[in-house]
Design a protein around this ligand. Structure first.
Ligand code: PMP
Length: 420
């Protein structure tokens, strides 16, 4: 098979054959060659309904004609000038107008860069040292974020990476999501020393976990009480549930926000932004350094503009309804086959945990049966359904998913759950 031959070559080039950890799964990952709408095709010509969507960005589906045309037309005009260009202004304006708390912003090239700079900025602005993050919260692959992290770090059992100096990890305090008391306790222990709390408003890197018990409001109150900043990492949630951030749905105004994924329409992107007085500290206006050769590059901006232009007039209830109906049908199958499983869903993103209890935090997520998840993943793959290959990721629905996709997915599940 061509896929296996290629993967052998990849093994000679990249650690475990991949350029990002969660792309690897045993015995070997599928080698994809094309994507159109809700489908992706592997190099052997087999088609899959895609619920990974490049880990989130492809909300319009693959090779959306308008996005492709925007990219092509920018290619003909040049793809990098190393100077401010009109595309940055267009995309920046769209984001600023859509998200209430973003008064000034900076584009970066990944979500990792966005959170790294937002954290440095919070420290530079407040003059304080500590950062609070959530257990299982993922904010990318830099030193300040790789402490009790989610996503691939959990998939491969290294929630705190080797190579991060202890002096650095000691400046990052870990609280429990959906447990405001655990956060307040950290503030009491480190009074006047915490620069910011960073959290995904909806956890999306240990499966999906929704905020409960007014948790996000409590974070806003605690951070204000202790003169600390609140950073919402909306790399996944930005423009995923509506033409806005999750913060606008929750009615909470963070001081800083990070985004990525969808705002780049599938091209490499990140963004951090927020209060004007804080953003004024970013170089060269201020003394917090941040830079990037490719930041705001015209090609990424073109893909982002074309994506957000279309999303602006989309009825997001279409993808929410798809996910809700899929959830309902899967829940019926779970009951029918008497399987210990629970589904968490936030609008158009969801995850299945093989756990008979409700999952509301890291402890619950990690208590799930990951062997069953892997078995489900592989059987779905055989049946032409592509899920992200880890319990600690999220399934996404795109505007390209159809009624037929929904039926095929439910059919595949029926045979998967029967064999679990
Ligand atoms: N923050 C969150 C919430 C994410 O989900 C991710 C990536 N999945 C990142 C940050 C890092 O983004 P990137 O992979 O673009 O560096």
């Amino acid at each position: 098979m061509r896929s296996s031959e290629l993967f052998k070559e990849a093994l000679e080039l990249f650690p475990l054959g991949v350029n990002s950890p969660v792309r690897y799964y045993s015995p070997e990952p599928v080698m994809f060659a094309q994507g159109h709408g809700s489908k992706i095709l592997d190099v052997n010509g087999k088609e899959y309904i895609d619920y990974s969507l490049g880990f989130g960005p492809m909300i319009l589906g693959h090779a959306n004609p308008d996005v492709s045309n925007h990219i092509k037309s920018q290619v003909d005009k040049g793809i990098l000038f190393g100077s401010i260009s009109e595309n940055e202004i267009k995309l920046g304006k769209t984001i600023k107008n859509a998200v209430g708390s973003i008064e000034r912003l900076r584009f970066t090239n990944s979500g990792t860069e966005a959170t790294m700079h937002a954290i440095r900025l919070a420290r530079g602005f407040t003059g304080k040292k500590y950062i609070v993050k959530m257990e299982g919260g993922y904010h990318g692959a830099h030193d300040y974020a790789l402490i009790k992290s989610g996503s691939g770090t959990m998939t491969f059992g290294v929630p705190s990476s080797a190579g991060v100096p202890e002096e650095v990890s000691r400046t990052v305090l870990v609280g429990r999501y959906n447990d405001a008391e655990s956060i307040e306790k950290l503030f009491k222990e480190h009074r006047n020393e915490i620069a910011a709390v960073i959290t995904e408003p909806v956890l999306g890197n240990i499966g999906v976990i929704n905020p409960e018990n007014d948790f996000l409001n409590s974070l806003r109150e605690i951070t204000e009480k202790y003169s600390s900043l609140l950073i919402f990492d909306e790399v996944i949630t930005g423009f995923r549930f509506g033409f806005k951030g999750y913060q606008d749905i929750a009615g909470i105004k963070p001081d800083l926000t990070t985004m990525g994924k969808i705002i780049g329409g599938g091209a490499p992107v990140g963004m951090f932004g927020g209060r004007e007085d804080i953003m004024a500290h970013v170089a060269p206006q201020g003394d917090v350094y941040e830079a990037g050769t490719f930041s705001g590059n015209p090609l990424t901006m073109a893909a982002g503009i074309a994506t957000l232009d279309q999303l602006k007039s989309k009825d997001y209830s279409a993808i929410t309804n798809y996910a809700a109906r899929l959830e309902e049908k899967l829940n019926s199958l779970i009951s029918e086959y008497n399987i210990d499983a629970t589904i968490n869903r936030c609008h158009s993103m969801f995850q299945i945990f093989f756990n008979k209890n409700k999952v509301t935090d890291y402890k619950g997520a990690t208590a799930s049966d990951t062997e069953k998840f892997n078995k489900m993943f592989h059987t779905l793959l055989e049946k032409g359904i592509f899920f992200p290959p880890s319990q600690f990721e999220t399934e996404f629905v795109s505007f390209a998913h159809s009624e037929t996709d929904l039926e095929s997915t439910v059919d595949a599940f029926s045979s998967v759950l029967k064999c679990l």
